[in-house]
Design a protein around this ligand. Structure first.
Ligand SMILES: [Fe+2]
Length: 326
């Protein structure tokens, strides 16, 4: 009964052609496009579908505004899918479509689906790093790139009213593992069949940050690229194409260790290039980030006002049973 990760993100947007152009420039491979929708398929076999927010195929749910309006989680086998459907059907409506995919709402009304996923093997070869006295690339220059080509969908983020309750559904019913807990901010979790640090982040909708207004909304989605060079090549390409600039620029989270580059996205929310995150398994010990901003960033190019003062260095390890402190 294993969920492997995100198979498809279905966006509901205000302007399908503009959002289609954005994702093309962002580097997602466009497979088909018509007046109704655009479909992109990434090298791992996951996909992004862009539809109008008015499209009747989008499920009714608790989310407000445009952005991702359904997450299709990839399941390893038909048997696993059947078990999950049986379990979920005990206390909620589960709709099976013509492809056999199961659609339902989480306890807090997030629109989810399950589908068998034949995830494709991908190949990456990040350039070795040199440091003074530690040479791993001698007489060999780094790869040169024209633009970014994301290979994976790494995670999706939703603002919710009660992130602890929202997470409990994913932990107890879909067997997600808690990766880290950012006190007062949210919970990072991964599907049991994924080694990415997190596939899902549930953030407190009431936090005083841009894009949050207390209501359940899509926040951002992260697309995985190879390394810092691919992130910044993509970022430069997007700027040359005239898309709005990133507010923070390049940075690295402490949570997940990942390099990040968020771009304002016409879908609503943001689209993130990500690289060099933590890959973890069940031996990982979740941490409580008692000073949330310490976990947020190791560094960031455009230092925002709320990081002007360096946060205290403080966190602690948690029991790895997925239970949260009060
Ligand atoms: Fe992210």
């Amino acid at each position: 009964m294993t969920i492997l990760g995100i198979k498809t993100l279905i966006y509901g947007v205000e302007d399908v052609p503009v959002c289609t152009k954005f994702f093309e420039d962002f580097g997602l491979p466009l497979i088909e496009s018509d007046a109704e929708q655009a479909v992109f398929v990434l090298p791992e076999g996951s996909s992004v579908i862009v539809r109008s927010i008015e499209d009747k195929r989008l499920p009714k749910c608790a989310l407000e505004g445009p952005g991702v309006r359904e997450v299709v989680w990839g399941v390893d086998t038909h048997e696993s899918l059947g078990e999950l459907i049986s379990s979920l059907s005990t206390d909620r409506a589960v709709t099976i479509d013509d492809d056999g995919d199961a659609h339902f709402l989480s306890d807090c009304g997030l629109p989810m689906a399950l589908s068998v996923f034949c995830k494709r093997h991908i190949v990456s070869s990040p350039d070795s790093l040199n440091a003074p006295g530690a040479v791993t690339r001698l007489n060999t220059h780094r790869k040169w790139r024209r633009r970014a080509h994301p290979k994976t969908i790494q995670h999706v983020v939703f603002a919710v009213k009660d992130f602890k309750k929202s997470f409990a559904f994913f932990r107890d019913r879909l067997k997600f593992r808690m990766s880290d807990y950012q006190r007062g901010f949210g919970i990072y979790s991964r599907a049991a069949g994924s080694n990415s640090h997190h596939n899902l982040f549930l953030i407190d909708a009431a936090l005083p940050f841009p894009g949050l207004d207390g209501r359940p909304r899509f926040h951002h989605a992260n697309y995985g690229v190879e390394d810092i060079d691919e992130i910044m090549t993509g970022a430069n390409f997007m700027e040359r194409k005239g898309w709005p600039k990133s507010h923070l620029g390049l940075g690295r989270h402490r949570i997940d260790s990942a390099l990040f580059f968020y771009l304002p996205c016409p879908t609503g929310g943001e689209a993130e290039y990500g690289a060099d995150g933590d890959f973890i398994d069940d031996a990982w010990v979740p941490r409580e980030w008692t000073v949330p901003l310490f976990g947020y960033a190791h560094f960031v190019h455009n230092l925002p006002e709320w990081l002007r003062e360096a946060p205290a260095w403080e966190f602690k390890y948690m029991d790895s049973n997925g239970q949260l402190p009060d």
